[in-house]
Design a protein around this ligand. Structure first.
Ligand SMILES: Nc1nc2c(c(=O)[nH]1)N[C@H]1C(S)=C(S)[C@@H](COP(=O)(O)OP(=O)(O)OC[C@H]3O[C@@H](n4cnc5c(N)ncnc54)[C@H](O)[C@@H]3O)O[C@H]1N2
Ligand code: MOO
Length: 426
């Protein structure tokens, strides 16, 4: 009998086969979540000139530096008003001030800005009560970005911060990696699709929709191929359509059943395939390889198994193809709140609920962990990663947790993570 393949080995093979896709130029508003395919170099300084950080008065520090300003305020003559968006016409001479708004360019002659609330003023005259250090309240030219500097590196995923920076740098179009197109096919005579009339002996094809959402979450474009009947001809035809995409994901038909034709059809299509019994639970039977140069995954049909194997294998491949440089979910250590035991032959991914209380992460399972219990995925915000060799996890033991999307802090929002506990059960 074929032995169990460690997940890490399968991940290594999959990632080696997955190559970054080509590049395309897209408008800035479409860039969220995409990965930069070029270095972004500043063509000018930001801010482009010294500007005021406060509403107030631009002055010469020499004029206001005196101590005891509160008892003996300095009086300066206002010679101009500079709102944001206007360049100053005059410079500040001895005994003079220019009224200035936040963001407006600092006039020549001035080297310090006094906040309006630290003054008394009329339209023509300002009295300064508070001495400030030289340069106070001035944001110098180029403090954020210097012309010629590489500000965002190729391979960076675009978040709101990067999008704002692209705008600062006047990049209305940027080059990014293409999104992987993922063809999704469910197999099984027992399946009916959502919009079909179906009889009592059918179950609804949920895997295609769960996988499609996972594809979108990983930045890809899902292409639904529907359901293939459990016969080689139907399967071959559907798979051939799927080969127009970058990745083909099948679910079902990879285990030992009389109607499990996936392996045979993959082979007939000339695929170089690995058929694994992975050392994980859920998600043991899995096929992976290349068909006509395209990545093809045969995921197990059980709904939870298809999602967990997607997470561990398809998602990393998609991220690599989409230009990302890191492929894993964030992992945190959490204190397990239950008892759990298993054999020491497979790595388990328990669906979990992660919370944080008094700065410490806690995790419990979602309940029954059968691979047909999709409510476990509905309730989960994480996967609890119990290593192969671990047979027992007790309340209070530290476990690694892969954080799935979404927020999970229901307690003490904003407090710092604890630094005191680093030992792990696993
Ligand atoms: N003799 C053995 N039987 C099984 C083994 C084994 O090693 N030896 N492995 C079991 C494990 S573990 C899994 S996981 C499943 C994987 O089986 P398949 O990939 O062949 O999947 P199917 O048999 O087609 O379906 C399994 C299960 O999932 C439901 N399903 C399938 N597709 C969908 C879909 N698109 N939407 C919703 N539900 C779906 C299907 O109705 C079955 O209930 O094999 C075990 N058996
Ligand atoms: O691998 Mo199966 O996914 O354990 O049910």
């Amino acid at each position: 009998m074929q032995g169990l393949t460690p997940l890490e080995e399968a991940q290594r093979i999959v990632l080696e086969a997955a190559k970054p896709l080509g590049l395309e130029k897209i408008p800035i508003l479409d860039t969220l979540g995409r990965v930069l395919g070029e270095d972004i170099v500043a063509q000018r300084d930001n801010p482009p000139w010294d500007n005021s950080a406060m509403d107030g008065f631009a002055v010469r520090w020499e004029d206001i530096k005196q101590e005891h300003a509160i008892t003996k305020p300095v009086e300066l003559t206002i010679v101009e008003d500079v709102p944001a968006g206007k360049m100053p016409a005059k410079s500040v001479g001895p005994g003079q001030a220019i009224r200035i708004m936040t963001g407006a360019p600092v006039p020549s002659g001035a080297d310090t800005v006094i906040k309006v609330e630290d003054t008394e003023h009329t339209p023509d005259m300002v009295r300064v009560f508070k001495p400030e250090p030289r340069g106070a309240n001035i944001r110098p030219q180029g403090e954020d970005v210097k012309k010629g500097e590489r500000i965002i590196a190729k391979g960076t995923p675009i978040r709101p911060g990067e999008a704002g920076m692209l705008a600062i740098l006047a990049r209305s179009f940027v080059v990014v990696y293409q999104r992987p197109r993922v063809a999704i096919l469910s197999t099984g005579d027992e399946l009916a699709d959502l919009d079909e009339r179906f009889s009592e002996d059918k179950i609804i094809n949920s895997n295609s929709y769960g996988i499609a959402a996972a594809v979108q979450e990983a930045g890809g474009i899902p292409i639904l191929l529907g359901i293939a009947k459990d016969n080689p001809a139907a399967l071959t035809e559907k798979i051939s359509h799927g080969l127009n995409a970058d990745i083909l994901v099948l679910s079902g038909g990879v285990s030992m059943g009389d109607y499990d034709f996936t392996k045979a059809v993959f082979r007939d299509l000339g695929a170089e395939m690995n058929f694994w019994k992975l050392a994980i639970r859920p998600g043991q039977p899995l096929a992976f390889g290349k068909i006509q140069g395209k990545l093809a995954f045969g995921l197990p049909g059980n709904p939870v198994s298809s999602m967990v194997t997607f997470e561990q294998l398809v998602r990393p491949a998609m991220l690599k193809m989409g230009g990302h440089r890191s492929y894993g979910r964030p992992v945190v250590q959490a204190q397990f709140q239950e008892k759990f035991s298993k054999r020491n032959d497979r790595r388990h991914f328990l669906r979990g609920i992660l919370t944080r209380e008094q700065g410490v992460f806690h995790v419990r399972t979602t309940g029954d962990q059968g691979s047909g219990i999709l409510t476990s995925m509905v309730r989960a915000n994480c996967l609890i990663d119990v290593p192969t060799e671990v047979e027992r996890v007790n309340p209070g033991d530290w476990v690694n947790v892969q954080v799935l999307g979404g927020s999970f802090w229901t307690h003490d929002v904003g407090s710092q993570p604890s630094t005191g506990h680093r030992q792990s059960c696993c």
